[in-house]
Design a protein. Structure first.
Length: 293
């Protein structure tokens, strides 16, 4: 448990160092590259770095504490980001749970029968080639036709379903690799003891899959957030970070720090989601000695 906590603290330290490095690089590029960018002939090598296209980091941070709009009683940009982030995080969490359950069941099915792996795995990989922008209207259209008694499909459910679509892939592939990771000698030992496939799954394959599954769960959490944000934009769902990005982008010319604040909120939300999954994995420290990252 202590080693897991130290590993988590070390990862958090590296993450903080990466953020600091990114800020330094941002300001160095802004100081070195001309406002109009660098061009080779007609080709643009580096983008513009003027204050409209690339505001200073401290301008973005300062903008967080200022009112979102000039209207009386308007919340600060940070307050609006926190409210929108909470909405998106909950929807992404629902999508993550659906993706984890679906990916886990698919992985167990493919690990149990080789023919299932041959039939399903190509489709699992192929599913990730479908763009979300094309998928979102279809999901909204299908969901809008679902009515069971007093139950009516809500737009946020479409967003969660699209988020689960992205979370499904890393869990299915990562867990399948973990379930297949036990050596032949380990599997034969369970067979010699007349253990059923279910007992082998619970006592051998699932514990062996943890080092592969935890990174997949973190990646699934981050991709679920990405899917939720893109789906909010595509479906027009209000209240989340996706619509915040669109709304703030409309003020980019007169308030360039504002859209970058929304982009910052989206990035932080992905880190928070992955961090929460890391905390969930602290209790599985004894299985993580061979964790693959």
């Amino acid at each position: 448990m202590r080693s897991s906590a130290r590993r988590a603290a070390r990862s958090a330290g590296w993450a903080a160092a990466a953020v600091v490095l990114l800020v330094v690089l941002w300001e160095v590029v802004k100081a070195v590259v001309p406002d109009t960018g660098w061009h080779v002939g007609e080709a643009s090598v580096l983008p513009r770095t003027d204050d409209v296209a690339m505001p200073h980091v401290w301008d973005v941070v300062t903008r967080l504490g200022q009112p979102e709009t000039s209207a009386a009683g308007a919340p600060t940009v940070l307050g609006a980001m926190l409210q929108a982030g909470w909405f998106t995080l909950r929807v992404a969490a629902a999508g993550w749970v659906l993706g984890v359950v679906g990916g886990g069941l698919a992985a167990v099915l493919m690990a149990r029968w080789r023919v299932a792996e041959s039939a399903l795995l190509p489709w699992v990989v192929l599913s990730q080639t479908v763009p979300l922008v094309a998928l979102a209207p279809l999901v909204v259209g299908w969901g809008g036709r679902i009515e069971i008694g007093a139950f009516a499909w809500q737009k946020w459910m479409s967003v969660a379903l699209i988020a689960s679509y992205l979370a499904f892939f890393p869990v299915a592939v990562g867990m399948l690799k973990g379930l297949q990771s036990p050596t032949t000698a380990q599997v034969e030992l369970f067979r010699a003891q007349a253990a059923s496939w279910g007992r082998t799954l619970v006592s051998l394959r699932l514990p062996a899959s943890v080092p592969y599954l935890l990174p997949a769960l973190r990646l699934a959490a981050a991709t679920a957030v990405v899917g939720a944000i893109v789906a909010e934009v595509s479906t027009g769902t209000r209240g989340g970070v996706g619509r915040l990005v669109i709304a703030y982008a409309q003020a980019a010319s007169g308030d360039p720090a504002k859209p970058w604040a929304a982009i910052l909120a989206a990035a932080v939300l992905g880190l928070v989601a992955a961090g929460l999954v890391t905390l969930l994995g602290l209790g599985l420290g004894r299985y993580r000695h061979a964790e693959v990252s």
